[in-house]
Structure formats: C-alpha cells, structure tokens
Design a protein around this ligand. Structure first.
Ligand code: SF4
Ligand code: SF4
Length: 118
C-alpha cells in the first residue's frame, strides 16, 4: 500500500493521525525539511501555498482543531505526511475523516482511493 497526502490541501486537522490504527501518518511543521517525504507527486508537494478552495472552506471553522497553523502542537496544526504507507490495512478510517480530501492510497493491485469528507 502506498499512502501520500496532497499537501496544499492539508488543513493540519490531524484527524488522519488520530484515527489511523497503524500509525501511517506523522504531523510535520510546514517548514520541516522532511515535510515532502512521502510519495506525493510534484503537484501535490508542499511548496508554501495552500489550496484556495480548501482554505476558504476551513479557515473559519472552529471545531477544536487548528487549521493551517505552521507547526503541529501535538493536538493539530502543521501538515500530514504518509510516512508508513506499507503498514496501511485499508480500514478507510482516514478516508472519511480528512477535511482537505487530500489523502491518496494505492493498494497492491494498483487500485486508487481518495478521501471524501464524511
Ligand atoms: S486506510 Fe490505511 S492509512 Fe487510512 S486509517 Fe486505515 S490503515 Fe491508516
Ligand atoms: S485528515 Fe487530511 S486535512 Fe487533516 S491532517 Fe490529515 S491529511 Fe491533512
């Protein structure tokens, strides 16, 4: 299984990190050197610019999670990286919890899954 995050769409809500039973995700600061260390294609790498539509949808939402904060404080903020995709069991928990609809999973047959917010 390969798991990566479309970084410009990641709000930093940390839902993926919280729900994944096998620790596929790590939250990184947006300035961290390894923020692009999963297999996201170039168009989905973090280059300092947030997707405008995602920002408009989530920047004013007060649901107890930080949105678009530079760094993770242990509860939310920063950006998610799929650091351990080989452990994914395709439980799909992250796929319905992802605010930015930005998690991409490819299984071992090549089938692709993209998160859609519940
Ligand atoms: S689908 Fe994979 S990456 Fe997502 S929560 Fe389940 S095990 Fe973790
Ligand atoms: S659930 Fe989606 S938007 Fe939230 S931190 Fe994870 S990848 Fe980013």
């Amino acid at each position: 299984m390969d798991v990566y995050v479309d970084k410009p769409k990641c709000t930093g809500c940390q839902h993926c990190f919280d729900v994944c039973p096998v620790a596929v995700f790590q939250m990184k600061g947006r300035d961290d050197a390894d923020v692009n260390s999963d297999n996201a294609p170039d168009s989905m790498k973090w280059k300092g610019t947030t997707d405008a539509a995602v920002k408009k949808k989530w920047e004013g939402v007060n649901d107890g999670h930080k949105h678009f904060a530079e760094a993770n404080d242990g509860s939310s903020g920063g950006i998610s990286v799929g650091v351990n995709g080989s452990a994914c069991i395709l439980c799909q928990a992250c796929l319905i919890e992802c605010e930015g609809e930005c998690i991409h999973i490819t299984d071992d047959t090549g089938a692709k899954y993209v998160s859609i917010y519940k």
